[in-house]
Ligand binder design. Structure first.
Ligand code: HGY
Ligand code: MN
Ligand code: MN
Length: 416
């Protein structure tokens, strides 16, 4: 690698500036970002991103599910590019860094290589994956899951949000139903920079997380059918109360996750009473469950225990409970050679680092089922994410982007 390349550093102020510039698309009063996938704010940031990529000399194409691919030519265009990037959509109470850091750091890497006049041996391709968050449309990491064949494109296009809008409609409305076939863009490898979204790196005073594994996920749609009746005249012993039933299920989920802990978590993140009224006993509730573990056997145990608990609660309360497993993502073991490349870059740049498992799911976890992939983590304040208070330091974001860049240069090679 040339001396210039070997000592290359990204432009910290420029990266920090782009993170805060794009945070205005969906900015919330508490300093967060609400940018639900394929909504108006997502269109704004996508348009911004396309313009910025083209200004950096990249060829941008969009696939059927709206994922954006920005290609930087290399000396040997016969080789599939090294992929780098993440996502620009956020949670309803999202922050400035989840997904955004990895996508904009990828752009910063390209801008830095352009400034230095460095051509890589094999091409690079920046990616903004559609709907990583899975909040508006399930599942999470939706587009990268379709890219690796976990779901058909038609199945994903038909997925509906709470208002009955399909993914296909939403893509048309914002003008991002692209021409490229899903999966057409090939990669030799994929590296994703992301905030840790957990407390470990900050607690240990480590700058870089060398991510070697990721939790598996189980997502369920639940439906409880009890019986609406008068809140005043129905004796307690005759009630079939859907919300009281759900309350027991929520506490059972917490007990089950703790039983299989520390390597297990469980959350009921959504619950909707069909026809709420203060003086009617809730009869019908839709809810969601998110269970995770880095151990496949624990995932199976979480599933078995949750089903047993809901069956017992349902029978005792004479209330119907349906639990539909809509998504099972196996635990991730990232490609060892790529993990080593990330670790070597962190070492070379002199950053404190440690191997770490990702508690959150990421597009790189899907990519890793088909091509070599790995991730770089940096700390976030108090380990908080999926919260408007999400925060990270400029120094850590810069360190992460430099590790990303030097990992990518090691994988892509430097032609000149
Ligand atoms: O749910 C996740 O782990 C990711 O933030 N979508
Ligand atoms: Mn993310
Ligand atoms: Mn997220």
């Amino acid at each position: 690698m040339t001396q210039v390349a070997s000592n290359l550093q990204i432009d910290s102020a420029r990266l920090w500036g782009t993170i805060h510039e794009t945070a205005k698309f969906g900015a919330t009063p508490k300093g967060g970002v609400r940018r639900l996938t394929l909504g108006a704010e997502d269109k704004q940031v996508r348009d911004w991103f396309k313009t910025a990529c083209e200004a950096a000399g990249l060829e941008v194409h969009v696939d059927t599910l709206g994922s954006m691919f920005a290609l930087r030519r290399g000396r040997d265009m016969s080789k599939p590019p090294v992929g780098l990037g993440s996502h620009l959509d956020t949670q309803p109470t999202g922050g400035k860094f989840d997904g955004v850091l990895g996508t904009l750091a990828a752009l910063e890497v390209v801008r830095t290589l352009n400034d230095a006049g460095i051509e890589t041996e094999i091409p690079l391709c920046i990616v903004n994956w559609t709907n990583e968050e899975g909040s508006r449309f399930a599942p999470a990491m939706m587009a990268s899951a379709a890219y690796v064949g976990d779901f058909t494109v038609d199945d994903i296009l038909s997925r509906k949000d709470a208002d009955g809008v399909t993914v296909a409609d939403a893509l048309e409305i914002i003008g991002y139903r692209g021409d490229s076939a899903v999966g057409a863009q090939k990669f030799s490898s994929f590296i994703e920079l992301h905030i840790e979204q957990g407390p470990i790196l900050e607690a240990e005073g480590k700058t870089i997380g060398v991510v070697d594994s990721g939790q598996g996920l189980l997502w369920y749609d639940g439906r409880i059918t009890g019986f609406e009746s008068h809140a005043g005249s129905t004796p307690m012993r005759l009630r079939r109360d859907a919300l009281a039933t759900l309350s027991e299920i929520v506490l059972a989920m917490e007990t089950i996750a703790k039983k299989h802990g520390p390597n297990a978590v469980g959350t009921i993140g959504e619950a909707v009473i069909a026809k709420p009224s203060r003086n009617v006993i809730p009869g019908e509730i839709a809810f969601t469950v998110d269970c995770r573990s880095a151990d496949a056997a624990i995932m199976d145990a979480l599933d078995a225990d949750l089903r047993a608990a809901t069956a017992e609660i349902s029978a005792r309360r004479k209330v119907e409970v349906a639990l539909d497993l809509i998504w099972r993502k196996a635990p991730t073991r990232f490609d060892p050679k790529l993990v080593d490349a990330v670790e070597a870059a962190a070492k070379k740049l002199g950053f404190s680092h440690r191997r770490i498992t990702s508690g959150a799911g990421h597009d790189a976890c899907n990519l890793n089922t088909r091509i070599p992939a790995a991730m770089v983590f940096v700390p976030c304040k108090d380990g908080v994410s999926h919260n408007e208070l999400e925060d990270a330091t400029q120094a850590d974001c810069t360190a992460g982007a430099n590790v990303l860049m030097h990992t990518v240069l090691a994988l892509a090679g430097v032609a000149s």
